[in-house]
Design a protein around this ligand. Structure first.
Ligand SMILES: [Zn+2]
Length: 459
């Protein structure tokens, strides 16, 4: 199938490596320069790249520099991206693997995965109600199928398709079909967002990784969540859900979750689902949280039956080390520290200075010697004489210590304010060496903060 422009751009963003956070907001800047073009048309590598280059970035020079860096990374990726995307092989794989996955994770003996369909509009010609819906995908379950007169199954919207995402979304949606069998009470639609969406996310990822063993794909799935969908108010509703469901799976394990699905199918109103999710999120053991969330009149009977069923499920398969790793990976999704453009650019400048070899900012101090005021004495002063103290001498004499200390006088005018702010935020340390004001980037661990992506640029 043909990719849309927005689908291609989102995929390029989800490959990571951008300075701005969340990088998904670049989409708005690009659209702002296109007077009404919302990028739903077909993707063409060079034409779309040209459009992206017209994006209206911020006017302030520091912010503009980060923005331009990100735009050029985006353009570079778009120019080599294939406009055709083979979504059928994604659906083939999901359908082929679904029966074994349904057995392993839900204990469903025989499962037939419906094949997802790609539509230009949701339910065009079937039901106008959803025609304007702009979701990536939509799953119609048994109850909804009867209500809306739409066939059961998963529907993708073509101009929303973004390579890397259907791989996961097909797994997420097929989990709803599995839950429909394992956890839905008969006769009505009982929807608990944290439980239904959270488990569809958690199981969906575990299943995707089990099937593909593709590390970069699963990392990309995470970036869709943390970079592309981070600002989408509808998708934001899923983030909390997947944290609760992951914590429930990690601490309660699969037999507990299966027994809980069984209990829900039997009597969904005997459990306070909000209270249960809230307690699990607070860190309480899921077993204890469940006892506290029981609202029926026979707590003893409920507990005994639950325990019996959980014990029986222990004879089936549980999560393994691979599953737990995928779950833990998605729990680690804190926002990075977002610095202003001038701070971020100053951090990039410092990182470049630190990387210079031989390094002009290297200074050696003697920890045992202090001057009359108690300040450290510099042996190998900044710049020219740094070579006076060799690495061999440093290894031999443990009172000597080499540091990177960048003189305030060496900081270019455009980065002076940013560097001072980084020091005020303890990203770097500021001190007096000899007579000079210097900044020590390793003091606040700045190079390591940049390297992990925990520092990004706000916009
Ligand atoms: Zn869902």
């Amino acid at each position: 199938m043909k990719l849309s422009e927005r689908g291609a751009i989102r995929s390029a963003i989800a490959d990571g490596g951008f300075g701005l956070y969340p990088a998904g907001r670049l989409m708005d800047s690009i659209k702002a320069g296109l007077s009404g073009d919302d990028l739903r048309g077909d993707f063409d590598p060079s034409a779309t790249a040209e459009k992206v280059l017209r994006a209206q970035g911020p006017g302030e020079p520091q912010a503009r520099a980060v923005f331009e860096q990100d735009i050029s990374l985006l353009v570079e990726r778009l120019r080599t991206m294939n406009p055709e995307y083979d979504i059928d092989s994604v659906f083939d794989r999901m359908q082929a693997e679904a029966p074994a996955l349904a057995k392993r994770y839900y204990g469903i003996a025989s499962f037939d995965a419906p094949r997802p369909r790609v539509l230009e509009y949701f339910f065009e010609g079937i039901n106008d109600m959803y025609k304007d819906g702009d979701w990536f995908a939509f799953n119609v379950n048994r109850a909804e199928s009867a209500e809306m007169n739409v066939p059961i199954g998963t529907y993708f919207k073509r101009d929303q398709v973004s390579p890397g995402q259907p791989e996961f979304v097909a797994m997420h949606e097929v989990n709803h079909a599995m839950q429909d069998i394992a956890a839905s009470p008969d006769g009505f639609h009982h929807y608990v967002p944290w439980f239904d969406e959270g488990l569809a996310d958690s199981f969906g990822r575990m299943m995707l990784f089990r099937v593909t063993k593709d590390e970069s794909l699963i990392a990309k799935v995470k970036r869709f969540r943390t970079e592309v969908e981070a600002d989408d108010p509808r998708k934001a509703a899923y983030h909390y859900a997947d944290q609760i469901a992951s914590m429930m799976l990690i601490r309660g394990r699969l037999p507990f979750v299966k027994a809980l699905m069984r209990a829900r199918k039997r009597d969904p109103f005997s459990i306070d689902w909000s209270g249960l999710g809230d307690r699990i999120m607070a860190g309480i053991d899921p077993h204890v949280a469940l006892i506290n969330a029981y609202r029926g009149s026979k707590p003893e009977q409920f507990s005994k039956k639950f325990e019996r069923e959980e014990t029986a499920f222990r004879k089936e398969s549980d999560l393994d080390a691979i599953d737990l790793r995928v779950l833990a990976m998605f729990l680690a999704s804190e926002r990075p520290a977002c610095l202003s453009a001038s701070e971020y650019r100053a951090a990039l400048w410092l990182a470049d200075e630190i990387a210079r070899k031989p390094n002009p900012h290297r200074v050696v101090i003697d920890r045992e010697k202090k001057d009359e005021e108690g300040s450290e004495i510099t042996l190998g002063p900044i710049l020219k004489s740094a070579s006076i103290v060799t690495d061999e001498a440093l290894k031999k004499d443990h009172s000597l210590e080499a540091r990177i200390a960048i003189r305030d006088a060496d900081v270019p005018e455009e980065h002076k304010a940013g560097v001072a702010e980084l020091a005020a935020k303890y990203m770097i340390t500021k001190r007096i060496v000899g007579e000079e004001l210097v900044y020590q980037p390793y003091g606040g661990g700045l190079p390591y903060r940049l390297g992990t992506g925990e520092i990004r640029c706000t916009y």
